[in-house]
Design a protein around this ligand. Structure first.
Ligand code: FAD
Length: 293
């Protein structure tokens, strides 16, 4: 199955892209989570959303959800780890699954927090962003997971069946149940240290000797998600039509740059999808012409 458009992110940018693509009868897949967007849900009161004066983030989220449900748009609750341009299409990797789409709209939002000291240095050298993808590398090893959201708990449970030990460090209020074998430490991660490979996680009040660290965040830097993608700091470089430097790959919302706002994000979702549809149309005409030649 090859989708016309894969939308990565279920916040205002991703969902605006999804409804516009659906209106244009495109075959889409939307990756994200059922909660729509943690940033949306957290907003106490929103006063700058045109047509709705003063609404809580939770209520606006419910309105978004009603809208997509009415249109029959489903969110595939999976985290995308990597996107590879294969020329004619994109291969989208999520855990062990690979999806195909002719175009992609990246609407992943942006991480407000800074990277941990040592995170970039040891990325791919004992530090990773997807425990389910890399679990086998840590068979019988000691691993730490810094969890920024509930999804990280699933990754920790999965890893605990393979690794020798898993230590879970939540950066949010932990409520759900982790497997009994998982050691939980409620402390602030400060730094990752190592030689060739990461081997120590420094917390505010203690240190852990480890063989690997997974950091499970709401969004991962696009630079690591899409090889060859041009970025500027935490943002993806794009033009006014939301084209990135990779043909067929578009961007919308916070990950395209400031200001960080709902309406701007939703507007860019719409532009990104219009650009994706123009690309699909041109591609179809080109293929037809080649067939008839
Ligand atoms: C507390 C707070 C209050 C705010 N108040 C306002 C306000 O009043 N007015 C205003 O205009 N703006 C406000 N903002 C800013 C607003 O929240 C953002 O600008 C907006 O949410 C950006 O939308 P987005 O779709 O680009 O990204 P997000 O809303 O961040 O959504 C991105 C989604 O993509 C998902 N995702 C990320 N990576 C992946 C992946 N690899 N695979 C699958 N899914 C992925 C994330 O889980 C998330 O669900 C506020 C922000 C905060 C934090």
């Amino acid at each position: 199955m090859r989708y016309d458009i894969a939308i990565v992110g279920s916040g205002p940018a991703g969902l605006a892209a999804a409804i516009n693509a659906k209106i244009r009868n495109k075959n889409i897949i939307v990756f994200g989570n059922d909660n729509i967007s943690a940033k949306l849900v957290k907003a106490p009161s929103i006063d700058n959303y045109l047509g709705i004066n003063s609404i809580s983030g939770l209520n606006l989220k419910n309105k978004f959800k009603e809208h997509i449900d009415d249109m029959g748009i489903e969110i595939t609750e999976k985290r995308v780890n990597n996107i590879y341009s294969m020329g004619e299409y994109f291969a989208i990797a999520s855990g062990d699954d690979i999806y195909e789409a002719t175009t992609v709209v990246l609407a992943t939002g942006v991480e407000y927090g800074r990277m941990l000291k040592g995170e970039e240095e040891f990325l791919g050298k004992g530090v990773g962003y997807c425990a389910t993808c890399d679990a086998m590398l840590y068979k019988n090893k000691d691993v730490a997971i810094i969890g920024h959201n509930h999804e990280a708990e699933e990754e920790a449970n999965f890893l605990s069946e393979i690794a020798k030990s898993v230590t879970y460090i939540p950066t949010y209020k932990l409520e759900s149940k982790l497997n009994d074998s998982i050691n939980i430490i409620e402390d602030r991660p400060v730094e990752i240290k190592g030689d060739q490979l990461a081997n120590k996680l420094v917390l505010k009040n203690s240190e852990l000797d480890i063989d690997g660290i997974f950091i499970i965040k709401d969004s991962v830097s696009p630079k690591y998600m899409v090889p060859g993608l041009e970025v500027e700091g935490p943002h993806i470089k794009c033009d006014k039509d939301m084209n990135t430097n990779i043909e067929g790959l578009y961007v919308a919302g916070d990950c395209a740059g400031k200001p960080y706002q709902y309406l701007k994000s939703a507007g860019q979702g719409q532009i990104a999808v219009s650009s994706a549809i123009s690309y699909l149309d041109k591609k179809r005409i080109k293929e037809k012409t080649l067939l008839n030649a």
